[in-house]
Design a protein around this ligand. Structure first.
Ligand code: COA
Length: 387
């Protein structure tokens, strides 16, 4: 039985800051951000968006009435949750008015959460092949202002409808995993900015990539030449480039050249949005599908998922005959080109407002043109609006 991704939706803020301008304000050479880190633009999330609304705006693009009726499970991967108890999936189901004969759950393991969601969805669909599962990766990536992590912020949501007989990609049975109890990136309770040991985290990402890739090749009986493209978790796009270099080192130059071309297509959207944490790998998948002219049904894509703390997984899938039609249903390029550039001063002001507030407050939502918006907190409960 084939199981995989049938539809993908994506949403991010309508505001961004230009990385060249941010570099100038931080007295850095712009080439460091543009080439050294590999980021061109960074999404700036409005205070009237949280992970629930980002996800709702992404799901809204893909979910038909027929999908709603068959939905059995919603798995929400995030590390920017809005409640210590109630899951973001429950908030989302309420906001989208999903049928209530449903299971909802939030999954957390840094940037790995959505990948865990895809794994769990496959198990669920083996038991309930007639059902559909919604897997979300939604986050707001926040480091401190003027810290080394600042140029690797961003935010947004990717929503995937996982089904049997999927029309975009069918996952293959073999995958390889590895974990470490590591403090490379974490966010203590009560803090709204992540702490990161950047160099340590990069090294662990690359070490675990090698570990799971070697293991995957043994168990799947496949090697580099069997893949059309590799996509990576991209906290910033240069790290994926380092990952691809480590996989291709010493390999045939002609094959490598194709893989690096595919990587450029796969990092295009991420370089314009920044880090989505849980959604980053899947935004890169979308970027590959919409920006690579050469993909064909039947080709194999390799996925490297990494979540600090740390969990790594390498898995693969085969593109399905209708993948081009499915991807052409939404114009994601337009979401990115239709955004408005804001100044570094305006970004800093929005950054200060983008914190979880539990006290009574009402936000002005008229400036946010998204369909689903966060409106503030009333009697300790989060309130949402549909525009
Ligand atoms: N032109 C071109 N490249 C330049 C440059 C210039 N003028 N100046 C610096 N660079 C390069 C550096 O050589 C380096 O490249 P390398 O990694 O290939 O060596 C890169 O730009 C970054 O420079 P560096 O001095 O390492 O930057 P930094 O100390 O400010 O930190 C990160 C960069 C990525 C470590 C930091 O942004 C970070 O920690 N981000 C968070 C990462 C994360 O999210 N990790 C957890 C999830 S996986």
């Amino acid at each position: 039985m084939k199981i995989g991704i049938d539809k993908i939706g994506f949403f991010t803020s309508d505001l961004y800051v230009d990385m060249r301008e941010l570099a100038q304000q931080r007295q850095e050479d712009p080439a460091k951000y543009l080439i050294g880190i590999g980021q061109k633009k960074m999404a700036v999330i409005r205070p009237t968006q949280d992970v629930v609304t980002l996800a709702a705006n992404a799901v809204d693009q893909i979910l038909s009435e027929a999908d709603r009726q068959k939905l059995g499970l919603v798995i929400f991967g995030t590390e920017s949750g809005v409640d210590n108890s109630k899951s973001t999936a429950a908030y989302l189901a309420g906001l989208l008015k999903l049928p209530e004969k449903l299971q909802v759950v939030e999954v957390k393991q840094a940037c790995y959460g959505a990948t865990a969601g895809l794994d769990f969805a496959q198990g669920y669909l083996c038991l309930h092949p007639e059902k559909k599962v919604l897997v979300i990766g939604a986050d707001i990536a926040r480091y401190g202002l003027r810290t080394p992590g600042e140029p690797t912020q961003g935010g947004g949501a990717v929503a995937m409808l996982v089904t049997t007989n999927p029309r975009i990609i069918a996952f293959e049975p073999n995958s390889a995993v590895a974990m470490r109890d590591a403090n490379d990136f974490w966010r203590p309770l009560g803090e709204s900015e992540a702490r990161v040991a950047g160099k340590f985290s990069n090294n662990l990402y690359l070490d675990l990539l090698q570990e799971v890739w070697q293991e995957y090749q043994k168990t799947a009986g496949l090697q580099l030449i069997d893949f059309t493209a590799f996509i990576f978790h991209l906290p910033y796009t240069k790290l994926g480039l380092k990952g691809l270099r480590s996989l291709t080192s010493g390999n045939d130059l002609a094959i490598n050249s194709q893989l690096f071309k595919q990587f450029e297509a796969a990092r295009s959207y991420n370089s314009q949005v920044g880090n989505l944490y849980t959604g980053s790998l899947y935004l890169s998948f979308l970027s590959l599908l919409q920006n690579s002219p050469k993909l064909q049904a039947g080709q194999r894509i390799g996925f490297y998922s990494y979540g600090s703390g740390a969990q790594a997984e390498f898995f693969s899938g085969l593109l399905q005959p209708k993948f081009k039609e499915q991807i052409a249903r939404n114009d994601f390029k337009q979401i990115l080109t239709g955004r408005r550039k804001i100044s570094v001063a305006d970004y800093e002001s929005l950054y200060q407002q983008q914190v979880i507030q539990t006290t009574e407050h009402k936000l002005r939502t008229t400036e946010d043109l998204a369909k689903y918006v966060f409106a503030g907190t009333h009697e300790s409960q989060r309130t949402y609006e549909i525009h």
